[in-house]
Write a protein that binds this ligand. Structure first.
Ligand SMILES: NC(=O)c1ccc[n+]([C@@H]2O[C@H](COP(=O)([O-])OP(=O)(O)OC[C@H]3O[C@@H](n4cnc5c(N)ncnc54)[C@H](O)[C@@H]3O)[C@@H](O)[C@H]2O)c1
Length: 390
């Protein structure tokens, strides 16, 4: 049974592992952080130390709390130190074989009660768990970047995960001041699936020459209230991460055209134009970068916004239809995991299901592509005059 006094292990001290370790430590746990790369572990220690100093300087944390939280974390280069851990969260390289072998290694060290979790964004939890003798203890606990700040955590049981493991993991993470949602073990879980059209439909509109990138970004921000437009956001996430997630989701869904990646984005990746981190992506970044003004007229901006929004709603609806997650969790996931201004199912109710279906039908009839197929649940709701939120 996991509790506030549980000892937490984190494997991998990169961006996510360090954030997860810090979150667990802030919740009062003793945390062991391991990395098989000594330089990475040292870097994590230094990053954490300077991060705490900054928080103290800015008076966001008292010196005493910073000291306790820092001391709660021990930096380990020997996995045998994890033998008393109650929960271990793995956040290493996104590679199925490597993850499987780490889980097998851990099983030899820990007690039979220790819960083993993966922070994977795109791999199957069931597949990772198949490497374990006790697959029932394996679960997906998926944090968002940066883990210390983003409230959402997706909880993903594999086919074998035992109910008490699901319940106690969720309860524990809720206690870390996070918002947890439950998702079926399917590609992209909730957020990385439902958010795909935000990028792919924007790219399609741009590739067709309907509008330039900045006009699309402005439309989504001004008319939709999104914090960042799709192109700004892809540049911020980095094309090495964003493109790969799209390609992985597409591949894992047996090349479903709904999730097809974009050649324009692939070329950026191939050219090393990774976005903000490399100084150039869709936009070129100088210190004074500001988004160029929109060149689209009002009608085009509205069309862009409705097209992208309806494609997002269609994916959220399909996620509900296919029972990947419940209505509350789908809406929570998008507001707490990627800062959408509203839950997409609530948004659908506001616009009206009829209008959403009409927009999607127009796209479907014009393009005659499977990419624009309408989720059956939207059609059912239209016929029975139902709303997502009653
Ligand atoms: N970066 C994100 O935005 C994000 C968000 C959610 C989930 N994730 C997932 O979290 C995991 C980690 O991602 P990241 O961005 O922190 O990666 P990262 O590259 O920043 O860090 C990975 C760390 O794992 C270490 N490592 C690699 N193989 C190891 C092994 N066999 N044993 C121990 N340590 C090992 C590396 O040395 C590195 O320090 C991945 O599964 C990723 O899909 C990433």
């Amino acid at each position: 049974m996991l509790s506030t006094s549980s000892e937490i292990g984190v494997i991998g001290s990169g961006a996510m592992g360090l954030g997860i370790a810090q979150t667990a430590s802030a919740a009062g746990h003793k945390v062991r952080l391991y990395d098989n790369n000594a330089d990475a572990l040292l870097k994590a220690k230094n990053t954490l130390q300077s991060g705490f100093s900054k928080l103290v300087e800015k008076q966001k944390l008292s010196e005493a709390s910073a000291k306790t939280q820092f001391e709660n974390i021990t930096f380990e280069n020997d996995l045998s130190k994890f033998k008393n851990c109650d929960l271990i969260i793995e956040a290493i390289v996104e590679n199925l074989q490597v993850k499987k072998s780490v889980f097998q290694e851990l099983e030899k060290i820990v007690s039979t009660e220790c819960v083993l979790a993966s922070n994977t964004s795109s791999l199957s939890i069931t597949s990772i768990s198949s490497a374990c003798k006790k697959a029932g203890r394996v679960i997906g606990i998926h944090f968002f970047n940066p883990a210390t700040l983003m409230p959402l955590v997706e909880i993903i049981p594999g086919l074998a995960t035992e109910k008490h493991v699901i319940d106690s993991s969720r309860k524990l993470i809720d206690g870390w001041k996070k918002v947890t949602v439950l998702a079926k073990d399917t590609p992209g879980f909730i957020v990385n699936r439902v958010a795909r059209p935000y990028y792919s439909e924007a790219l399609r509109i741009y590739e067709e020459g309907i509008a330039d990138m900045a006009s699309i970004d402005h439309a989504m921000k001004n008319l939709g209230g999104f914090k960042m437009g799709p192109f700004e956001l892809m540049d911020m996430i980095g094309h090495d991460v964003n493109y790969i997630v799209t390609e992985t989701v597409w591949t894992q869904f047996y090349f479903d055209p709904k999730f097809k990646p974009s050649i324009s984005q692939k070329r950026l990746l191939e050219g090393g134009f990774l976005g903000r981190k490399s100084g150039k992506g869709f936009y070129e970044y100088s210190k004074e970068f500001t988004l160029p003004p929109s060149t689209a007229d009002e009608e085009t901006s509205k069309l862009i916004f409705m097209r992208i929004l309806c494609m997002l709603i269609n994916e959220a609806a399909d996620t509900l239809y296919l029972k990947i997650a419940g209505r509350e969790d789908i809406d929570l996931a998008m507001t707490k995991g990627v800062n959408y201004p509203k839950g997409l199912l609530k948004w659908a109710d506001e616009i009206g299901i009829e209008k959403v279906v009409r927009e999607l039908n127009t796209l479907k009839e014009f393009y005659e592509e499977d990419r624009y197929r309408i989720s059956p649940i939207l059609k059912q709701m239209l016929v029975s005059n139902k709303r997502f939120w009653g």
